[in-house]
Design a protein around this ligand. Structure first.
Ligand code: SAM
Ligand code: SF4
Length: 514
């Protein structure tokens, strides 16, 4: 929806305000303003100019809107969503709201949703259903659905038809409009829908309330233009647009000054960072080379796309220091033919060549990946190519998924002749291999001393501390509570498939930045 359509939408809302969330079917009017994902249309968008806004402020008329009120946000999906939740929490707090840990205590509930697979969406619909009784008990409660699902026309139509007690639906491009959306929801008798597909904006200076003070996420870019044939993200997150390097460097410096120990740079395809700049030649390698000079002990990034992973980045990562020796490099399939149908734009051989270069430059690197099994028409031989590639690369871990068709994506139109039992059986075989190689990687740590960033008490035992190594391995160990928030040396006494046990040997000296 563009700005003009949004205004028209508000006018339609105003005109209909007497029939408060009645059993009326809104879908006809809604289809007028929101178009279903269209690959052809979406691919034209690269030509739109990126608009940078540095002047985010809470409008004066909304100051104090949240006084005496509490908010609750439930987050589904990836780190990007987690970080969006931190921004929305920042906006709520700036409006005077207080956070709460329970839905019963909240005056506003937001579900920040994920659209990546069907089961992620089903969970959200289940939750909206559960919240109905609370909404009936507390009519003044505002219930909102935001995040990636809100960017899908079919989802918005379903909510408009089936869950008419929802008060607000807004998309991933509309987060900065939260004060206006809340204001409208308090006044309006209609569901407030703001799914605005103006995709070219980068909004700076948004307030944030980060979860914890040890690790922080920093967005370096938004959106994705890769259009892998199975993926909904380019439609829900909009076009690729990079934050300016000076904004990122300043944010990381501030985090370092506040004592954060680790930052993770975020983007759907971080290796495309800077490709949209028209005035400077500046990529992820250049950014990492500047960030590594900042006095912060650990820097990571996610997610990489193999196609855009260039030699300069490898050269910079090889400098080590605070740049961590773990790279998450989603491959999706080990078969060149399947990769072609997925539109991943690399072959098995090109991927293996990239891995060879990374290992040559960073011999101690840990590689992890994402894999989809049961792609439409995937043959047994093609699946076995995935298994053989997994062994050949020697991944230390992987996120594995059964292919899930997403409406509007090219793959959803493909005929799929792989029965669900076969897909499940392939996932099981792949997971057996993932477990085997993870256990092997862990075994190598037995008796070693590793550096662990201590995040807090272990979930299962408050007498045990937990943290992560530079390669992102979970370590549970005995040590003093004063170690929390620090990087300490831990001797590994037991290696399990997915975690390590150990005992602290000493605290590390502060990092020396080269
Ligand atoms: N941008 C990243 C990339 O290119 O690897 C990852 C984005 S996505 C949030 C994370 C993972 O979800 C993907 O790497 C892919 O393995 C998986 N995924 C995406 N769409 C999927 C679908 N339709 N069915 C199953 N898995 C999917
Ligand atoms: Fe989706 Fe990642 Fe492909 Fe972009 S690069 S379309 S986010 S899988």
């Amino acid at each position: 929806m563009n700005e003009q359509q949004r205004i028209e939408n508000q006018q339609v809302n105003a005109a209909n305000s007497s029939d408060k969330k009645s059993a009326k079917d809104y879908s006809k009017y809604f289809e007028r303003v929101i178009t279903a994902p269209s690959l052809k249309d979406a691919k034209k968008r690269g030509k739109e100019e990126v608009n940078y806004q540095n002047d985010f402020k809470i409008p004066e008329e909304f100051q104090g809107m949240g006084n005496g009120r509490k908010f609750y946000i439930r987050t589904y999906g990836c780190q990007m969503n987690e970080h969006d939740t931190e921004v929305m929490a920042g906006i709520f707090m700036a409006l005077g709201y207080e956070p709460t840990e329970t839905v019963e205590d909240a005056n506003v509930i937001l579900l920040n949703t994920c659209a990546i697979r069907e089961n992620a969406e089903n969970k959200v619909f289940g939750e909206i259903g559960h919240l109905k009784s609370l909404k009936m008990e507390k009519p003044d409660l505002l219930l909102g659905v935001c995040g990636c699902m809100s960017q899908e026309e079919s989802v918005v139509n379903k909510i408009l038809r089936t869950y008419q007690y929802v008060d607000m639906i807004f998309g991933t491009h509309n987060i900065h409009r939260l004060p206006n959306i809340l204001h409208e929801a308090y006044l309006s008798k209609e569901m407030v829908v703001e799914v605005w597909s103006k995709e070219g904006d980068v909004i700076e200076n948004l307030p944030k309330v980060r979860r914890g003070n040890i690790k922080a996420w920093v967005n370096i870019m938004y959106g994705c233009d890769k259009f892998c044939t199975y993926c909904i993200v380019p439609f829900t997150r909009g076009k690729e647009r990079s934050r300016r390097p000076e904004e990122i460097i300043q944010e990381v410096r501030q985090l370092a000054a506040h004592g954060y120990q680790e930052i993770t740079l975020l983007g759907q395809n971080v290796n495309a960072y800077g490709k949209d700049f028209t005035d400077i030649q500046y990529g992820l390698g250049d950014l990492m080379d500047e960030l590594r000079k900042i006095d912060i002990p650990r820097i990571r990034f996610t997610t990489s796309h193999p196609r855009d992973f260039d030699d300069h980045l490898i050269e910079v990562l090889a400098k080590g220091g605070n740049l961590m020796n773990h790279i998450h490099l989603p491959v999706q399939s080990g078969s060149t033919d399947v990769l072609k149908i997925m539109a991943r734009k690399y072959s098995r051989e090109q991927y293996l060549e990239l891995v060879r270069k990374i290992k040559a430059a960073i011999p101690d690197v840990a590689l992890t990946t994402d894999i989809i099994v049961g792609y439409p028409n995937e043959t047994e031989e093609q699946f076995e190519e995935t298994l053989s590639l997994y062994r050949e690369v020697g991944y230390e871990s992987a996120y594995t998924f059964i292919y899930s068709p997403r409406e509007g994506t090219p793959a959803a139109q493909m005929k799929d002749n792989v029965p669900m039992e076969v897909k499940k059986e392939r996932l099981q075989r792949l997971n057996n291999l993932v477990n085997e190689l993870s256990a092997e990687a862990m075994k190598k740590y037995q008796g070693q001393v590793v550096e662990v960033l201590v995040e807090g008490e272990s979930k299962n035992n408050p007498d045990v501390l937990a943290g992560y190594t530079s390669k992102n391995k979970l370590v549970n160990f005995t040590g003093p509570k004063t170690a929390i928030g620090k990087i300490v040396k831990v001797k590994i006494t037991e290696a399990k498939t997915w975690s390590l046990n150990g005992e602290m040997v000493e605290e590390l000296k502060p990092l020396e930045v080269k």
